[in-house]
Structure formats: C-alpha cells, structure tokens
Ligand binder design. Structure first.
Ligand code: ZN
Length: 214
C-alpha cells in the first residue's frame, strides 16, 4: 500500500475555505499538489453548475463541506465531500491500491495491473453509483448493483457500495460516488461534464483523490 501525504485534507482545505494563503509545502509536495488540483477541478465544475441554482440548494463556496476523511488503514485518502447545507448523511468514497502479485520493489507507485478498490458510504440514498474516469475523460468503471461495467467486483450492502477495478494502463484515475433519491443521469463524456450533469440533476457527489499509475 502507498502512504501519501494528507496535509492537504487536514490543513489546506480549511485555509482555502477561509480564503487564506497556503504555505510552500502545498506547492512542493507532489501529493498535496495533486490534491489541490483535484480540488480546483471539482470546484470549477461547481461554479459552472452554480449559474443555474436549483431550489433547495445553496451554491457557491459553502457548498464545499471540505470534509476530509482520512481513509483508515488504506493510506490512500479520501478527498472531499460535496454536500447540501442540510445534507441527510455524509457521502464519501475511499480508494486504495492492492498491488498485483507480480509487482516488484522497483516502484512504490501504482502500476497497470494493480487493483483499485473503492468503498463508498452512500448516505442512505436510494440511488448510488461509483464511476471512475481515466485522465478525466475516459469512463473505465461504473458500479450500480446489480449493474456494472469495467469492474472486477461491484456490490452494495446497506449503506456501503464497493467496487474494484484492474488498472488498465498508466494515467490518473479519478473515482466519484454519486447519490440521490431519484435516478441518476447517465454518464457524460468527461468528468467535468458528468459532475455538472449530476449536480444539475440534484445528486450529491463525493470524489476520491486521484490515483496515478505509472
Ligand atoms: Zn503534502
């Protein structure tokens, strides 16, 4: 398992929420830089969606719950939860890498062939789906039991949705969980469009930090 720096989730989210500057660590540390880029990418998606507010939603900066939930033993952490102001229950997704047998010590980074395991907590929503995008534009996994595509496994037990995927190639893999009490819209061609489409449909979204395979 890969141990990554979690200072972005633990410290930087709060500073950003308060409009405060980040210290040099968050620009120098590769893990924090990647977390920050994911944050900015999703936040810009939110701003796009905020142009057409839906009843019952408060858009804008406060839409970011900024909930940083460290993923217990996994080492690879969860990122942020986007929630409505009076969200019924938290929504989250954690990602972890299980190394393939043939993986050698030559690299501590995830590699193609390793397994990406996702565990989401669905916040009691009636409909929930895990989606994984490669490089923000190639949908490589959908899991909405009993249906799935691209998954080694996909199951739901109560409030937990679990899926796993064999990393098919190098690249950045971004997982999201979407939840709603009404059926979710079909995926859009890119992560940004998908995020916007889900939010417009009233879904809640949480994203994991991107996993990069080399
Ligand atoms: Zn860091």
């Amino acid at each position: 398992l890969t141990k990554r720096c979690q200072r972005f989730e633990q410290e930087a989210l709060l500073l950003l929420e308060q409009g405060l500057p980040l210290d040099a660590h968050f620009y120098d540390c590769a893990d924090c830089r990647e977390a920050r880029e994911a944050y900015l990418r999703i936040q810009s998606g939110l701003r796009g969606a905020s142009e057409t507010p839906r009843p019952g939603w408060e858009w804008g900066r406060r839409s970011w719950a900024g909930a940083a939930i460290a993923a217990g033993t996994a080492g690879v952490a969860v990122a942020f939860a986007l929630t409505r102001p009076r969200a019924p229950a938290p929504l989250s997704v954690t990602a972890e890498i299980v190394r393939a047998e043939r993986s050698t010590l030559r690299s501590s980074s995830p590699q193609p062939g390793d397994e990406l395991k996702l565990t989401a907590v669905t916040g009691g929503a009636r409909y929930a789906e895990l989606r994984v995008y490669r490089e923000d534009r190639q949908l490589v996994l959908r899991c909405f039991p009993p249906e799935s595509a691209g998954a080694i496994s996909c199951s739901r037990a109560g409030d937990q949705l679990q899926a796993s995927l064999r990393l098919p190639s190098p690249g950045a893999f971004q997982a999201l969980v979407a939840a709603s009490d009404v059926p979710l819209p079909a995926p859009a061609p890119t992560l940004a469009e998908d995020t916007e489409s889900l939010l417009r449909a009233g879904a809640r979204i949480a994203v994991a930090l991107p996993i990069r395979a080399y």
